[in-house]
Each structure stands twice: as structure tokens, then as C-alpha cells.
Design a protein around this ligand. Structure first.
Ligand SMILES: [Zn+2]
Length: 300
């Protein structure tokens, strides 16, 4: 506690420890455990413990720290959270603003969104949101670094961690942070584009059973991106005034024909093109699903 500002543990004791004990006494959680140094390092500051001036923030004991970007919102500053990602520190500033008037786009502008594995999303008008090519490159790099780590002294249990072991570990953490930033950038661009341009947005519900079945890295990442993207669409639509319609799990978004409405008995995952036996309609599989979601959303 003496090494750092006295402000750092204050809110941790006042808020975090309080809620931890509250949860313990109401039997919602176990007895509070101490945080381990190095895991989710963060602390909170109340509004009287820091000051923002121009592009700097004054943090007790650290002094003036330059902010990477100007604050885009004006309003009452409530507090801040300072946290570490890989070897960088970030500040999140909480500002109270009045809710902006929703911009009414109108129901005539409707879109369906099919989240995919191959691409991030396919829209009902045929637009494809590719996931970044860089992510595959990062995955290869990650595999290589993990192999490197296992060879370093300190990888075996009980062995003392060498400097090189820690160095590789740091590089892995940085790579993970970079990958997360890339994904966040993609989902934010998509969710902002959708909520700013469409009054009705049709999306599918999370396929929980499918998620549990698949342990592959690519799939688990795309599922996480999907739920994050949905969260963003939902909160951004509250500001834009768009209506988000979630089709339930049993809605045949993939198996149904978006042209005549007939539903296929079976559709294997390898069939990338949808071909309707009833009316002859042929379309990209994901686009067909997105078209179904759009129709579902407008009729709901
Ligand atoms: Zn058809």
C-alpha cells in the first residue's frame, strides 16, 4: 500500500470489498479472496481523486499523464478505472451525460444480419463484413510463441521462471491484447454502421447448444465476437432508436428459402450455396439466412 497512491486501495475497500462481503453474507459467493498481483491489475478512482485538464489527467503520486485522445463527451465526471492490458495501462473515465434524442431512421430501412464463421457477418443486401486477415497471421504467431514458451526454462512446474520465459510470456500477452483490439474494432465498426443506418435490425439468437459442442478456437472466438456484437447493437440501438428483433433459436434462418418460404429438411454445413428445390432460388447461404432474418424482423 505504501508503494502506490493511498487512493488506489480506497475504493477497492469501500466498494469491492463491501460487495464481496455482502455477497458472502447473503450466501451468493464464497469468502472474499485476495487478488493476486499480476492478474487483472486495476484500481478505481473517485472523481475527487483525479483531475482532467486539456489532454492530461492528474493521477495522485503519478502526476500528469498525457491522454491518448481527447474526451469526446462533456458532462459530470463520476470516476475512473485504471487497468492494465498486457504491459500497457489504460484509463476509463465515467461521465454522466444526458441521453441524446434518438435519431429516428424509420422502419422502412430494415436489414438482416447473419453472423458467420468464415466472415464476421453477411447482411441481407449482400454486403459481406470480412474478418480481418491479420487475425489468422496472429494465430500462427501465437502458436509459435506458445511452443517457444514451452521450451523456455520455467515452463515445467516447480521450475524457477527464467528471464526469457517471462519475456516470451509478455510477448504472448501483448499479442492477445492486440488480437482483442482488432476484434473490438471490427465489431464496433459493424454495430455502429448497422445502428446508424437501419431502423429495424434482425439478428439470430445465440445458438447455445452449438456453442457448447464446438471447442475449436476459431469457432469459440467467433461466438464471443457474436455475443459482443449483439451487445453493442443492442446498446447502440437505444441511442439511435433502432429496433432490434432477435429471431428465436428455432427460426429456420438457414434452412428456409428467402424467396418462397419453403423450408428444407436438411442443410449440411458444407453447402455454401442455398438452392431451393421448390422455386429454384439460388443464393449464397449466409445471405439467404440474412434475408430471412430481415423478413422476420419486419414482420415481427
Ligand atoms: Zn424457394
Amino acid at each position: 500500500m505504501l508503494e502506490v497512491t493511498k487512493c488506489a486501495p480506497q475504493l477497492a475497500i469501500k466498494n469491492d470489498l463491501n460487495s464481496a462481503f455482502r455477497n458472502f453474507f447473503s450466501k451468493k459467493a464464497g469468502f472474499p479472496k485476495f487478488h493476486k498481483k499480476g492478474i487483472n491489475d486495476s484500481f478505481a478512482l473517485s472523481n475527487d481523486q483525479f483531475k482532467i485538464k486539456d489532454a492530461h489527467v492528474r493521477i495522485p503520486k503519478l502526476g500528469d499523464v498525457r491522454l491518448a485522445e481527447h474526451i469526446r463527451f462533456s458532462g459530470k465526471i463520476i470516476g475512473a478505472a485504471i487497468s492494465r492490458k498486457a504491459d500497457k495501462w489504460f484509463i476509463a473515465i465515467q461521465i454522466e451525460i444526458t441521453k441524446p434524442e434518438p435519431t429516428h431512421i424509420g422502419d422502412s430501412q430494415a436489414i438482416g444480419v447473419d453472423f458467420g464463421v468464415k466472415s464476421l457477418a453477411v447482411l441481407s443486401d449482400g454486403t459481406i463484413f470480412q474478418s480481418s486477415k491479420a487475425s489468422r497471421k496472429y494465430e500462427t504467431k501465437l502458436r509459435r510463441l506458445n511452443q517457444e514458451l514451452s521450451r523456455r526454462k520455467g515452463a515445467k512446474k516447480g521450475e524457477k521462471q527464467s528471464a526469457n520465459f517471462r519475456k516470451t510470456k509478455r510477448r504472448i500477452a501483448r499479442l492477445y491484447a492486440r488480437m482483442a483490439d482488432l476484434r473490438a474494432d471490427e465489431t464496433h465498426k459493424l454495430s455502429t454502421m448497422l445502428t446508424q443506418n437501419y431502423g429495424v435490425i434482425g439478428i439470430e439468437d445465440l445458438n447455445i447448444s452449438g456453442m457448447l459442442k464446438n471447442h475449436k478456437l476459431a469457432r469459440s472466438i467467433s461466438d464471443a465476437a457474436l455475443s459482443e456484437c449483439r451487445r453493442q447493437i443492442e446498446y447502440k440501438s437505444e441511442v439511435s432508436g433502432s429496433r432490434v428483433v432477435v429471431a428465436d433459436m428455432w427460426f429456420p434462418s438457414s434452412k428456409g428459402c428467402s424467396s418462397c418460404g419453403s423450408v428444407k429438411e436438411t442443410l449440411s454445413l458444407s453447402e455454401r450455396t442455398y438452392h431451393c428445390d421448390a422455386c429454384g432460388f439460388t443464393c449464397d447461404r449466409d445471405e439467404n439466412a440474412a434475408k430471412n432474418l430481415e423478413r422476420y424482423a419486419t414482420s415481427a
